[in-house]
Design a protein around this ligand. Structure first.
Ligand SMILES: *[C@@H]1O[C@H](CO)[C@@H](O)[C@H](O)[C@H]1NC(C)=O
Length: 303
């Protein structure tokens, strides 16, 4: 008994050491948050914005309109985080999105879409990724908390090697650069940061069966803690020059290119496995009805 106990204790100790010393840079590098209007501006329905105090912004959806905001600048690589408190109570039919996107017909896009639900039923989070204008890479999960009760942080980490979606610093999705397998990776176009709330009751909730109940409007999403720790790309500068400016070289090394950041830590890999096993309920990679032949990156991705 005693020796068994000892083994357990030493295992625990190893686990402890692991947890404390492998916290990766993805978690550790955090810039302080900015005020909304330092980084963003309304892009849709200015009159559906409510500013509360110094740090909370609310956007409302009613029968007349949704609302949206966008970053003033475009960026390449780095990390973007915002804290969101989603629509409380009945949010069926509504979608709140937080995403990064480039412009043009062959755009790239990294999406968080929060699909509302009837009172008491869980929100779903859909992530998607467009590369050269093509999406169809949906994953869906339920969260391990109620996202309407408190603010939680949602982040996109992006470097030339991977895109990581994080919820409260827990990775929920990793999209790796597999260019060496001939698969395109989004790393040449500066991206803006966007958020919006709108009515999507044709598809959002329980496959479109549940419609928006306008008697419960306005539907309000709240935001705070805006953080962009990325390479800024002036619109006046050509793509190629921005790409060059935002790439690490011998002279300058960006934090998101540090080797410790390039891969998930052991702890984060475990978190991702846990999320996929316990919270993910749809993955395009395993949807054989939709893709009889699995998309190329699914055949190579480790996650
Ligand atoms: C809403 O709740 C139902 C029932 O719990 C669930 O099946 C569904 O995934 C939830 N999310 C959406 C967006 O419909």
């Amino acid at each position: 008994m005693a020796s068994l106990h000892l083994i357990t204790m030493s295992k625990l100790w190893v686990l402890f050491v692991f947890c404390c010393f492998t916290l990766s840079m993805v978690e550790m590098v955090s810039s302080s948050s900015s005020k909304f209007d330092e980084l963003f501006q309304p892009s849709w329905a200015n009159d559906h914005f409510i500013y509360e105090g110094d740090d909370v912004l609310k956007m409302k959806l009613d029968y007349n309109s949704g609302a949206g905001f966008q970053s003033k600048s475009k960026y390449m690589f780095g990390k973007v985080t915002v804290q969101i408190k989603l629509v409380e109570g009945d949010s069926a039919g509504t979608v709140t999105a937080f995403y990064m996107s480039s412009d043009g017909p062959n755009h790239n896009e990294f999406d968080f879409e929060f699909l509302g639900n009837t009172t008491g039923e869980p929100y779903s989070v859909q992530t998607n990724l467009y590369v050269n204008g093509v999406g169809n890479r949906e994953q869906r999960l339920n969260l391990w908390f109620d996202p309407t009760k408190d603010f939680h942080s949602y982040s996109v980490f992006w470097n030339p090697r991977q895109v990581i979606f994080l919820v409260d610093e827990t990775p929920i999705r990793v999209h790796s650069n597999l260019e060496h397998k001939g698969i395109p990776f989004p790393k040449d176009q500066p991206m803006g940061v966007y958020s919006s709330i709108w009515n999507a009751d044709d598809w959002a909730t329980q496959g479109g069966r549940v419609k928006t109940d306008w008697s419960h409007a306005p539907f309000i999403a709240s935001y705070k803690g805006f953080q962009i720790n990325a390479c800024e790309c002036p619109a006046t500068v050509a793509f190629v020059d921005n790409a060059k400016k935002c790439s690490s070289s011998n002279e300058k090394r960006y934090w998101w290119d540090e080797p410790t950041v390039g891969e998930l830590s052991v702890h984060q890999s475990h978190q991702l496995i846990w999320v996929r096993a316990n919270h993910m309920f749809y993955d395009y990679c395993t949807d054989t009805a939709r893709f009889p032949v699995a998309p190329l990156e699914c055949q190579h991705h480790r996650h």
